[in-house]
Design a protein around this ligand. Structure first.
Ligand code: NI
Length: 394
């Protein structure tokens, strides 16, 4: 497998070129027409097959069909940027007021590199590789939009891999690979509770029903779902980020609204917390002569890496880069990643590619206006994608 890394290094200038071009034209959310057009142009140039555009908006897919029979592996690369004004001073810095400050430009470039290598290795490739270039990871809408538009079918994707580059996990240094078994990132849900009372004069509370009191009680009571009802060894977050009600010091409000997020690492806990938020909010309101209306919006599920598949990837990565470069990630984060929608459907793994090199001044965190990556680490990402596609069915 060292060979594939050597081949990736041979096309490093091209990978860097793709990344730099994408870096100059960052786009937001689901609206990534220039990014999609450029990726399609480059896929056509290299001879990728069955290139499909406009999947769930500006999503793109393309195939590399091996000459040996086999299953289909999905390789997912997100490619959207952020509303940040770049301050890196790089010659290829964005000038449009948006910025690839999370490294998704590199994800797309590394995947393009893998497509190029696999197109040259079709005789050895078993089955098919479907490249999935996904917009709107940052607002977690892109994966679902592409899935709803059929990206996982024709041909059916049997398993999927994806990566995140950069320094999101401090323990994964430049040129290192982070793998994680099981839950890696959280389900990201949003809820809104409207406490409904009966408005009145601040001097006559007995003639009104006070939604502010209900809200104050519920804000504290909701935390007991985590502290008193979940196993202390299970992880969950419930944050109320917005609270709004009332207009004047001497008026009892009609309504009071809270809005928050729930983060969980497994589907059972997720369903439990949702059910308990509904019950606790309603009971608190009823206990105080009011009502609560609960809206619960499920975002991406928890990102759960399939254990057998991850073991296979870990063994492959160790063979490619050496055992000292492959590290197991100790703890999941309560942040979210919409690659989880894909990994909920099929086995697969999402891994970390160490892409920031402090020795080159890349010390700024993701989503910072000075965020930058070490381009010398890109061939490794390309080789991980391409090499795994060549060997995962062995
Ligand atoms: Ni990101």
């Amino acid at each position: 497998m060292q060979r594939i890394l050597e081949e990736a290094k041979k096309i490093s200038e091209e990978i860097t070129g793709w990344r730099r071009h994408l870096h100059e034209i960052p786009e937001l959310g689901l609206e990534t027409p220039k990014t999609a057009a450029y990726i399609v142009q480059e896929l056509k140039k290299m001879g990728a097959e069955d290139i499909r555009e406009h999947i769930g908006g500006w999503g793109v897919s393309a195939l590399v069909k091996g000459e040996k029979p086999g299953k289909t592996l999905g390789i997912r690369a997100d490619c959207d940027a952020l509303p940040i004004k770049e301050e890196t001073g790089l010659p290829f810095a964005s000038k449009n007021g948006l910025m690839h400050a999370c490294g998704h430009d590199a994800h797309a470039a590394m995947a393009l590199g893998a497509a190029k290598l696999l197109l040259a290795s079709k005789a050895e490739l078993a089955g098919t590789v479907k490249f999935i270039f996904q917009p709107a990871e940052e607002n977690v809408q892109g994966a679902k939009a592409m899935i709803d538009d059929g990206v996982m079918e024709n041909p059916h994707v049997d398993a999927l891999i994806g990566l995140h580059t950069g320094c999101l996990w401090k323990e994964i240094g430049p040129g290192e690979i982070g793998v994680r078994f099981g839950s890696m990132m959280a389900a990201v849900d949003r809820f809104v509770v409207t406490f409904k009372g009966k408005g009145g004069h601040g001097a006559t509370p007995h003639l009104a029903v006070d939604p502010v009191t209900m809200t104050a009680t519920a804000v504290l009571e909701l935390q007991t779902i985590l502290s008193r009802e979940l196993s202390p060894l299970d992880s969950a977050v419930l944050t109320i980020g917005r609270i709004e009600g009332g207009r004047a010091f001497n008026i009892i409000a009609e309504n009071c609204v809270i809005e928050g997020t729930v983060r969980t690492l497994n589907p059972t806990t997720r369903a439990f917390v949702e059910e308990r938020i509904r019950t606790v909010a309603s009971r608190v309101a009823e206990g105080m002569r009011g009502d609560a209306e609960v809206a619960y919006e499920a975002g991406p599920p928890a990102l759960i890496n399939n254990a057998d598949f991850t073991r296979k990837f870990q063994a492959f990565a160790t063979g490619l880069a050496g055992a000292e470069k492959v590290k197991e990630i100790g703890e999941p984060t309560m942040g979210g990643e919409d690659v989880a929608y894909f990994l909920e459907m099929v086995p697969g793994t999402f891994f970390v590619h160490g892409g920031c090199n402090p020795e080159k001044g890349q010390v700024y965190p993701h989503h910072n206006p000075k965020f930058d990556l070490d381009e010398e680490t890109f061939p490794l990402g390309t080789a991980l994608f391409a090499g795994f596609a060549l060997t995962w069915q062995n």
